[in-house]
Design a protein around this ligand. Structure first.
Ligand SMILES: [Zn+2]
Length: 238
């Protein structure tokens, strides 16, 4: 099955794991969803500028350092993130600002816009709805574009797996929370899934079937889930 076509106002860049993919949304106020590793910050800024001009807003799907290191704030871009993560970043919560995470330390930064569930954002040339999808992190969010039926899923799922869930940090309910978030996203019946790692799934429905099965296993088998969460079967704690 060939990849689903993207609208002309979307530029997507798949990056080698573990760096996060980039989604650039063109328009009067260009926006970027996730900004990748700090080690690639200059490349990210140059790429965004070349394709869309000056980025006005960066939306972080969640705080992990492979997603927030682009540091476009220094170049004048605002940063938006889920409200729980905005609070945690603001008070320098060590669980949220672990600078050594993936050995890509991120300098202290601030969240300019705290996003709530259902909030509609003008990103580039289209309106996107914020969909809170806790699980991979408590403040993780997805973005839904209803006309084109595009769903940015961050690390909630990929073409081949469900997002890693940190039961040690976020508690035993995190797996059930992740499962509920996946169901909510599947119910939107997106035409295109845009994950932060790996390729665009050729078949969004099949990707959800796989992810839901894996997430259900995390809920039903806590011992296996702990093993899984520690990285036993997953190379992707990102
Ligand atoms: Zn992550």
């Amino acid at each position: 099955m060939s990849p689903r076509p993207l609208p002309s106002w979307v530029t997507w860049q798949q990056r080698p794991f573990p760096d996060a993919n980039l989604l650039l949304l063109h328009g009067r106020q260009p926006a970027l969803v996730d900004s990748g590793f700090v080690g690639h910050a200059e490349d990210t800024a140059a790429w965004a500028r070349a394709h869309a001009g000056d980025v006005g807003l960066v939306v972080n799907t969640h705080w992990h350092s492979d997603h927030v290191g682009g540091l476009l704030q220094a170049g004048g871009a605002g940063i938006a993130a889920g409200a729980p993560e905005a609070d945690a970043v603001a008070c320098r919560d060590p669980g949220c600002c672990a600078a050594e995470y993936l050995d890509q330390p991120v300098s202290p930064y601030t969240i300019d816009m705290a996003l709530d569930d259902g909030q509609v954002l003008r990103l580039g040339a289209a309106d996107w709805e914020v969909v809170r999808t806790p699980g991979h992190t408590p403040g993780h969010l997805a973005l839904w574009q209803p006309e084109e039926r595009l769903l940015v899923v961050g690390d909630a799922l990929s073409d081949y797996d469900v997002g890693w869930v940190n039961l040690a940090l976020d508690g035993p309910d995190a797996a059930a929370t992740a499962l509920a978030s996946l169901k909510r996203m599947a119910d939107l019946a997106p035409r295109v899934l845009l994950p932060s790692h790996g390729p665009i799934p050729a078949d969004p429905g099949a990707a959800f079937v796989t992810a839901l099965r894996r997430a259900r296993r995390l809920v039903d088998d806590p011992d296996g889930a702990i093993w899984y969460g520690s990285g036993g079967s997953s190379p992707s704690p990102s």
